[in-house]
Design a protein around this ligand. Structure first.
Ligand code: HPA
Length: 239
């Protein structure tokens, strides 16, 4: 694995200041919220571009948390540096998604077993076909067990990492993602999963459904907070 020098262009930490397990919300203020409310003895390691990152402990175990920004290019940069410069081994995205199936309700959790994508990010690996971006089975198994133990509804399956949030509603050329069983849409998992696979490390994307493309419903700010706390309880079981 190619190692890159620290500090990197986007992360101001020195090697050793970031834990092997890192939680990755899209929003850097979410990272600060997680550090303040869920971690002990959290120390900030990054503020470059206000992409806040912290390392602390959870039940005595070291864990870091850092924002990724939105989209495959942004999480692609941060996850690459976290893996290759800082030695991160377990990268867990915690985010929101839009439901694409009627049985996936707002407030539910979705674990991305696979991530389809309309992004060109994965093409960098120049594979002779379409790569299946998949999560770490070990992390997924633990996340499912944690959600079940807490009585939380979770769906496990394919998600779509799309480059386009404001998607023009064009008729598809062939099948729709929903017709292929894709559960929900977000914007980052495919880049995270392919970077992790290329480096031989573990990744998982845990989502709460913030809105439904099927019904047009969306969660209130209060509901987003509650579902976020549920998702964090699952994510922290992976530390
Ligand atoms: N699209 C992409 N990302 C999202 C969405 C969506 O509808 N909802 C939450 N994250």
């Amino acid at each position: 694995m190619a190692e890159i020098k620290t500090p990197t262009p986007h992360i101001a930490a020195r090697r050793g200041e970031i834990a092997e397990t890192i939680l990755l919300p899209g929003d850097p203020l979410r990272a600060k919220y997680i550090a303040d409310h869920f971690l002990e003895d959290a120390v900030q390691f990054n503020a470059t571009r206000n992409m806040f990152g912290f390392t602390g402990t959870y039940r005595g175990k070291p864990v870091s948390v850092m924002g990724t920004g939105m989209g495959c290019p942004s999480i692609g940069i941060y996850s690459y540096e976290l893996i290759h410069a800082y030695g991160c081994k377990n990268l867990i995205r915690v985010g929101t998604a839009g439901a694409m199936q009627p049985h996936v309700k707002i407030r539910d959790m979705v674990f991305g077993m696979g991530a389809c994508t309309d992004s060109r990010y994965v093409r960098q690996f120049r594979l002779p076909g379409d790569y299946s971006c998949i999560c770490s089975f070990g992390l997924l198994e633990k996340a499912v067990a944690a959600a079940q133990a807490k009585g939380l509804t979770c769906h496990v399956g394919n998600i779509l990492s799309s480059d386009v949030f404001y998607n023009p509603d064009l008729p598809p050329a062939g099948k729709t993602w929903a017709e292929m069983g894709v559960l929900a849409v977000e914007m980052e998992a495919a880049a995270l999963y392919s970077n992790a696979a290329a480096a031989g490390v573990n990744a998982l994307c845990i989502l709460t459904v913030s809105d439904s493309l099927v019904t047009g419903e969306s969660t209130t700010a209060e509901e987003r907070q509650t579902t976020f706390t549920n998702m964090m309880e699952v994510a922290l079981e992976l530390v």
